[in-house]
Write a protein that binds this ligand. Structure first.
Ligand code: NAP
Length: 295
């Protein structure tokens, strides 16, 4: 069997078209323009390119976007003041502080200062708590994107054995939690694995769906995957440089071998990656609708 490829690029394109139409309607009918501010501290090249992509996407969709770029030696107090300023700014519905922050700044303190109503990354404990309780909230963007990929590909999750590898706060823990809830793309039986898991391969071999969010290139091999399993590969690992100087990327899954056994698989790049920014835009639109009393 050769797996059906779940193209995040295609699904993201469809969702962006839906969002562009929704944003145009919000403006025409309610004079509401969603607003997003991205705050970048320092000159980490990966962070610079993520923030640029977020602003470009926001702009293309008709979202009002502002970008704040601060020097690496910005004090924690100054950054908190900027966050508080945007908490009060009615033009801004979503505040995104790009992580990681320089070491002298307490990330937790900064994330906790963002108004939960504007926390479109879904990292504030109020939103995390609501997510766990299954209440309306902003879902963290990468797990939210995975749910959309599963739904829109017609993958049945109810009753499925799901193995999530990786327990980070931004991917592993939230996706494991979301998939066990009584909801669309949920109702699964979930096992969450990490470095202390005794026999990772044994867990994976039983899984109907494997979600790998590890950061180790090609660690999920074909012998760990049962025939017909669905594979969601979150990993983005640089494994070299092309002659033209472009990074060569690999996921956490040995794609070429595993796609011969799986029923569905996400590629890297072009799988989960394009969904993350798209869901940030979706959360920003949700924030604007909430602020306008439309939901
Ligand atoms: P992270 O915070 O570094 O967490 C990695 C997790 O993997 C940890 O829980 C760790 O276990 C576990 N782990 C590491 N090696 C393992 C092994 N050999 N066996 C079992 N578990 C192992 O990573 P993250 O932020 O979740 O990111 C994971 C990957 O996804 C990275 O490649 C990242 O670049 C990518 N990512 C992609 C997107 C996207 O939009 N496509 C978004 C976010 C992240 P312990 O807890 O025991 O240490």
């Amino acid at each position: 069997m050769s797996a059906k490829i779940i193209s995040g690029t295609e699904v993201a394109k469809t969702i962006r078209e839906e969002l562009a139409a929704e944003i145009a309607e919000l403006k025409a009918k309610h004079n509401v323009v969603p607003g997003l501010v991205t705050i970048l501290v320092g000159e980490n090249p990966a962070s610079q390119s993520y923030v640029a992509a977020k602003n470009k996407t926001a702009h293309a969709l008709g979202i009002h976007s502002e970008q704040v770029t601060l020097p690496a030696d910005t004090s924690e107090a100054d950054l908190l003041k900027i966050v508080e300023k945007y908490n009060k700014d009615p033009k801004i519905n979503g505040i995104l502080v790009q992580l990681p922050l320089p070491k002298h700044i307490n990330e937790t303190k900064v994330l906790y200062t963002i108004d939960p109503e504007k926390d479109v990354d879904g990292f504030h404990p109020v939103n995390v708590g609501k997510m766990v309780l299954g209440e309306q909230c902003y879902l963290p963007c990468t797990p939210h994107g995975i749910l959309e990929l599963l739904k829109r590909s017609g993958v049945k999750t109810s009753g499925a054995e799901v193995v999530v590898i990786g327990r980070s706060n931004i991917v592993g823990k939230p996706i494991a939690n979301l998939m066990l809830q009584k909801r669309d793309a949920g109702d699964a039986t979930v096992t969450l694995c990490h470095t202390r898991t005794k026999d990772l391969a044994a867990h994976c071999k039983r899984a109907d769906i494997i979600i790998a969010a590890v950061g180790v290139p090609k660690m999920v091999t074909a012998d760990m995957v049962k025939d017909g399993a669905v594979i969601i590969d979150v990993g983005v690992n640089r494994i070299g440089m092309s002659e033209s100087g472009k990074a060569i990327l690999a996921g956490d899954v040995d794609y070429d071998a595993v796609k011969e056994k799986a029923s569905f698989i996400t590629p890297v790049p072009g799988g989960v990656g394009p969904m993350t920014i798209t869901m940030l835009m979706k959360n920003t639109v949700q924030a604007a609708k909430q602020a306008a009393g439309l939901i």
